[in-house]
Design a protein around this ligand. Sequence first.
Ligand code: AFP
Length: 329
Amino acid sequence: MIRFEQTFMNFLLQHQEKHNRTYHFLVLMDAIISAGKYIQHYYLTGALKGNLGSAGDINVQGEDVMRMDQIAQEITLHYLKTSGRVIHAVSEESEEIIQINPDGGRYFVYFDPMDGSSNIPHGLPIGFLFGIAKRNLEGPEDGHLRAGKDYIAAGMFVIPTGTFTLGLKDAGTWQFHIDETMNFVRPTQMVLPEDPKSWELSFNASNRTTYAERVQKWITENESKYAFRYLGALAGDFHRLLTNGGMFMYPAIVNHPNPKKNRPEGKLRLMYESSVVAFMCREAGGMAVSEAGIPILEIQPGKHHQRTALYVGSKKLVEDIARVLRNTG
Ligand code: AFP
């Protein structure tokens, strides 16, 4: 007997029918899945084709190397355009907002198609992260700068690992694996473990002395309780977190010996990095806060490439550091 797995599209179709929703979101997700698969293909074959170098390099065939992030951007925009459902998009790869279908579109998409670029030359995991918000259908459209709490879905592909994770508003965070036919299959609901024994801490340890004193103190007091892991690609680190629990943090840099290198506003981008993982984390039972200790999902962006510090993970751990960040604990 052949063992058949439920595909992502079948899972989503059932979800939409159960909640009496339209098929527009399916069409959009079909486009995003196509983009994810295509990027996966390029990434897997990239070393052989010479696509993992930096732009300006020449590959073994003597051709100009196209950077993987440019390839991923081109692929994603192609599929978003052909879906016909996107009003406009915000991408890490583009300074300006990208107009796609201002009149007929229904969704805003915020994405980073190749996050964790330091892993590219090694072929190690990178992420394609995205968040989706919906046009205001009841009244006049109120703009595209949405807080994470107003997203209807957010997800990530971990490439080339072959996993796809999607948080659906009030309907959980689900993980799928790519199969031999390049379908994402076997929906598994992700719930952060309550038991701290598997929890891990994840942050760039070389930045440690540049964090605010209260954050450094918290790390010193707590680090020995947990294992430490850091990949340098948010999607990969967050992927571990969803299974093992714990906390990923990218605190504000405020004590750098060279003050010009301080990043009081944090490094990660709000709309297509921090809000995306914060959304999936909430749907998996966790939470995320900023340097001020306030929920990431509540932050109303003032500009589309806004940055934020990020503390995301198991509720108890994030609540604990949030008290320290708010100076209440
Ligand atoms: P890059 O794409 O510039 O490598 O940034 C990746 C990222 O935004 C996120 O995916 C990582 O968690 C974080 O930055 C890593 O930053 P550090 O290299 O400063 O640790």
